[in-house]
Design a protein around this ligand. Structure first.
Ligand code: PEP
Length: 255
């Protein structure tokens, strides 16, 4: 069975004290209330990673991740954070290509492919984001946009490397807007992404890739989304900032 992964991306929210209080509460609620098999990933700002990782060391299915990393290994890149630094702080996962990075920091697929490589070289597991804008969906370009993001960001990897990737389908129009893609809309794109991976690698490989949905996931809509055959978890923004809502989304993944 594919890994189910619920990840909470805090974006640029929570100072250290508030962040640690959230992790302490949520990790204990998940330990006490959740008996499924999903992996839970807390994705705080970089500077909290070490403290959060230490806090989660006692929880076998709970991990930390970073929100981004440099495409360079090391060197004179003031303000950047390398994959090796992220690993040294105890994190296991890294979001690559979040739509906010693509939109506000002009990150493009070729650059993201380099970031994927530096993560894998440093034994970090990328969560690679893709998704269309509202205009792209309304003009029916969404399949084309998503196919380019997947091919250009990932298809340089060999068959064993691609197995380390989690894909997150995040329609830009659903992120932070309160509008969720319907389960049918999300399932259609997830099946499309799995089909792309199957044609480029093999159906067996595609079947093992975790594909998360992201975009206004809440406790109220999580169970329905998770019941779809190709939706293997969620990448959560706003609802990950409170222990109760984050835990309730984790609990909706019953597998
Ligand atoms: C996100 O930031 O990846 C996200 C999906 O945010 P939200 O859940 O707030 O829409």
């Amino acid at each position: 069975m594919r890994k189910k992964i619920i990840a909470g991306n805090w974006k640029m929210n929570k100072n250290l004290e508030d962040g640690l209080a959230l992790v302490s509460e949520a990790s204990n609620m998940i330990k006490d209330e959740y008996n499924g098999n999903a992996i839970v990933v807390f994705i705080p700002p970089y500077i909290h990673l070490n403290a959060v990782s230490k806090m989660l060391a006692a929880y076998p299915n709970q991990f930390t991740g970073a929100q981004n990393c440099s495409n360079h290994e090391s060197g004179a890149y003031t303000g950047e954070i390398s994959a090796s630094m992220i690993g040294s702080c105890g994190a296991n996962y890294v979001i690559i290509g979040h739509s906010e990075r693509r939109q506000y920091f002009n990150e493009h697929n070729q650059w993201l492919a380099q970031k994927i490589d530096t993560c894998l070289k440093n034994k970090l597991l990328p969560i690679y984001c893709c998704g269309e804008t509202l205009e792209e969906r309304e003009t029916e370009k969404h399949f084309h946009v998503i196919a380019s993001q997947i091919k250009e960001g990932l298809f340089h990897l060999n068959a064993s490397e691609i197995l380390n990737i989690t894909v997150a389908y995040e329609p830009v129009w659903a992120i932070g807007t309160g509008k969720t893609a319907s389960t049918d809309q999300a399932q259609e794109i997830h099946a499309f992404i799995r089909g792309l991976i199957a044609s480029n690698y093999s159906p067996e490989i595609a079947d093992q890739i975790t594909i998360q949905y992201g975009g206004s996931v809440k406790p109220e809509n999580a169970a329905e989304l998770f019941a779809a055959p190709d939706i293997d978890g969620a990448l959560i923004g706003g609802a990950a900032l409170q222990s109760r809502s984050f835990t309730d989304i984790v609990k909706a993944m019953t597998l």
